[in-house]
Design a protein around this ligand. Structure first.
Ligand SMILES: [Zn+2]
Ligand SMILES: [Zn+2]
Ligand SMILES: [Zn+2]
Length: 137
């Protein structure tokens, strides 16, 4: 009987048959389903291809942070997916711009960086800051 070749899974580190790319079946499904979900979420929420999304989220336009960067809708309208309505913000600056107490600081930085911001629509301020694909693990 042919013995299925086993690998040490890159994620869970168990020795199991390989599903693909160095992962066991369970890990492979988890990782690539998450990737797929991210791609779909970006398309749905920003009408961007994932590659474009990555291009647009390299560096926070307010503070220059590069490790985790969200995409923010400048007019706070999540349905306005015109590219001029997007600004990359790190989670910290993103939380601040959605906070009535702190938004001015981030807003000033964005204006200095050349972004044109519409007048503040305060009723939309308290919306959840979640316009980025979740990346757990
Ligand atoms: Zn695994
Ligand atoms: Zn920032
Ligand atoms: Zn936002």
């Amino acid at each position: 009987m042919w013995d299925e070749p086993k690998i040490r899974c890159l994620r869970c580190e168990r020795t199991l048959p390989q599903k693909g790319k160095g992962y066991c079946g369970g890990c492979y499904n988890t990782i690539f389903r998450l990737e797929y979900e991210k791609v779909r979420k970006v398309k749905r929420e920003f009408n961007l291809d994932y590659r474009e999304y990555l291009e647009r989220t390299k560096v926070c336009a307010s503070c220059g942070f590069t490790k985790v960067v969200h995409l923010h809708h400048l007019d706070l309208n999540h349905k306005n997916n015109d590219p001029s309505n997007f600004a990359p913000l790190c989670p910290n600056c993103h939380a601040m711009i959605h906070n009535l107490q702190f938004y001015k600081e981030v807003r000033n930085n964005l204006e200095k960086a050349g972004y044109r911001l519409p007048e503040i629509i305060t009723k939309n301020f308290s919306e959840k800051v979640d316009d980025t694909p979740t990346s757990k693990g």
